[in-house]
Write a protein that binds this ligand. Structure first.
Ligand code: SF4
Length: 229
């Protein structure tokens, strides 16, 4: 009854999802996945429950921001703040906060209990995002705050800005932009198909039809169309 309508709401929202610019979450990700998103290649549909989990992330952010805004030792300088406009990439950090001495970019991540328990270091994909926030906001320190979605426990990791790290990520995105403009499909990531990104990739079937290395998008498109036809 209502369940089907709620599912439909989420599934309808993911239609027409051609990507037109880079998001901060693309930093360090498989370039081939992002290429396929820009070219609006048909992808496996996400389930409504997965899409609802993304909304749950917003709820976790509110849960953390509420005490931060009330604690007198913490000054919230800005929350939900967009990176300064520039051509390559867009993104929004959760908050910039200060303890009265130092400013930090805060990034809040909700994760499941098993991953949380084993988390001894921040995840690389989260550091990638944070490095770009630190770069664009010119803030030298950041905090990755993980929330256990099952128990609401917290873990935090301090991350220092590393200009070499951020510049490398931006160079990779620039390189990918050139490939998108020139219709060159990037190579698969080296540890395909065992990499965690491949396991959750919505393009894994299409990717397995393409060559391992770079290839021309127009030629590959004909290959897909002849298979579909
Ligand atoms: S299957 Fe792996 S290599 Fe292929 S597009 Fe997806 S993430 Fe990239």
């Amino acid at each position: 009854m209502f369940k089907e309508l709620i599912d439909k709401f989420y599934l309808d929202r993911q239609k027409d999802r051609e990507q037109r610019h880079f998001y901060i979450t693309d930093a360090g990700r498989c370039p081939r996945t992002i290429f396929f998103k820009f070219k609006n290649v048909p992808r496996e549909e996400m389930e409504a429950k997965v899409l609802r989990m993304f909304d749950h992330g917003d709820y976790i952010h509110q849960l953390i921001m509420k005490p931060l805004l009330s604690i007198k030792e913490i000054h919230v300088i800005a929350s939900e703040i967009n990176i300064p406009p520039q051509e390559l990439i867009s993104g929004r950090a959760d908050a910039i906060i200060s303890d009265g001495k130092t400013q930090y970019v805060l990034d809040i991540k909700g994760i499941n209990g098993t991953i949380f328990k084993n988390l001894a270091q921040p995840k690389e994909e989260n550091i990638n995002q944070l490095q770009l926030y630190l770069h664009f906001f010119k803030v030298p320190k950041g905090v990755l705050l993980y929330v256990n979605k099952d128990t609401q426990e917290l873990k935090e990791f301090l991350v220092d800005y590393n200009s070499g790290w951020a510049k490398k990520l931006l160079e990779q995105l620039s390189d990918l932009k050139t490939k998108i403009d020139k219709n060159i499909i990037p190579s698969r990531i080296p540890d395909w198909p065992d990499n965690w990104q491949c396991r959750y990739c919505q393009f894994k079937e299409i990717c397995s039809m393409a060559d391992e290395g770079e290839m021309n998008w127009e030629e590959f498109k004909k290959r897909i169309e002849s298979r579909e036809g």
